[in-house]
Design a protein around this ligand. Structure first.
Ligand code: ADP
Ligand code: MG
Length: 326
């Protein structure tokens, strides 16, 4: 039982009348993961999380949390905490009192941990203020504090950074990172690739209720490939050198004025820079473009025209995942 993965979801379906909110979702969160459940608004993230927390009943499929079905026993959720949508509190009570009420429900040593969790989320100074006067970021942090009262081994967080300003997002990321470093497994949902990229080691990308990719973020990044942008003292010549160079796939349209290409590997890139120099097309700028993963994300979650391309990417990613020693 203790070796069971923190979250294991198989064939999960939730329908509301005609709407299929969650459509045969499979995913596995492993111990130590910071797992990103990534998809645009309406993709079914919150509905999935509700089922993982045992808040609503699946139409079909199974959820196991540390090997237990959260629908069948409250014990299944021992060591599990989190929130969906936004954490809720009594606005006319202060933060500390809200935590005290929750701690009384949690029992054990939770009531004695209030100061500690307030400290962790950096709300010690504001614990005496009414929650109604808190900013969105402070409320999210208080939500995390409430979750931490339970000494969770697994945190399920629904869009913890959505709606925060850049500073608030950075604080939230830092906080989640710290909790993960302390050994807490985290599943967080997000509609922002950048957030997931910075925090997560593994991701599931969900589109219209379906998983279109699950795996290491690193594999997805490799599949997306890195393209480079090149500027030289003689771009016409550089273009010809790129076209003739083995291991270099030119991706720019003619006459765009910018040279972009994908090298097969670092060796191919190094050879290209040598060839350019020898041809007299001296390099002024050679920069990796980070947008590539984002392009793939949009193809996966929104594209229709490029579905084949996206499918090919995912295919390749799946192969990488299969080949990777585990
Ligand atoms: N209680 C509900 N009744 C009817 N439709 C719902 C309900 N909850 C969610 N949905 C629908 O299910 C889909 C997925 O919603 P949701 O899980 O909230 O997506 P996300 O969290 O990814 O934005 C949406 O089309 C939403 O309108
Ligand atoms: Mg949602």
């Amino acid at each position: 039982m203790t070796d069971a993965p923190p979250v294991e979801v198989r064939g999960l379906v939730k329908t509301y009348g005609e709407i299929t909110a969650v459509d045969h979702v499979d995913l596995t969160v492993r111990r130590g993961d910071v797992f990103g459940y990534l998809g645009p608004n309406g993709a079914g993230k919150t509905t999935s999380l509700r089922m993982m927390l045992g808040l609503i009943r699946p139409t079909a499929g199974t959820v196991r949390v540390f090997g237990r079905d959260p629908q069948l026993s409250v014990r299944a959720l021992e060591g599990v905490a989190g929130f969906v949508e936004a954490p809720r509190f009594y606005p006319y009570l202060d933060g500390r009192t809200n935590l005290r009420l929750l701690a009384a429900l949690d029992g054990d040593d939770a009531p004695r941990r209030i100061d500690e969790v307030l400290e962790v989320v950096e709300l010690t100074d504001r614990g005496g203020d009414k929650v109604g006067g808190y900013s969105h970021g402070m409320r999210q942090r208080l939500g995390l504090a409430a979750a931490l009262l339970r000494r969770p081994k697994l945190l399920l967080l629904d869009e913890p950074a959505t709606g925060l300003d850049p500073g608030g997002m950075r604080d939230m990321r830092r906080l989640i990172r710290r909790l993960a470093d302390d050994g807490i497994t985290v599943l967080l949902s997000s509609h922002l690739l950048a957030e997931v990229e910075e925090l997560c080691n593994r991701v599931a990308i969900v589109r219209k209720g379906r998983i279109v990719y699950e795996g290491e973020l690193e594999d997805l990044r490799r599949t997306a490939g890195v393209s480079y942008r090149l500027r030289t003292v003689d771009d016409e010549r550089a273009r010809r050198v790129c076209a003739a160079q083995p291991g270099i796939e030119s991706t720019d349209g003619a006459g765009t004025g910018v040279i972009t290409f994908q090298p097969a590997d670092d060796q191919a890139l190094a050879q290209l820079s040598l060839a350019l120099t020898e041809a007299g097309a001296l390099i002024l700028e050679l920069a990796p473009r980070s947008a590539t993963l984002e392009d793939l994300f949009f193809e996966l979650t929104e594209g229709d025209g490029d579905r084949e391309l996206a499918a090919a990417h995912v295919d390749a990613a799946a192969r990488i995942v299969e080949e990777a020693p585990s």
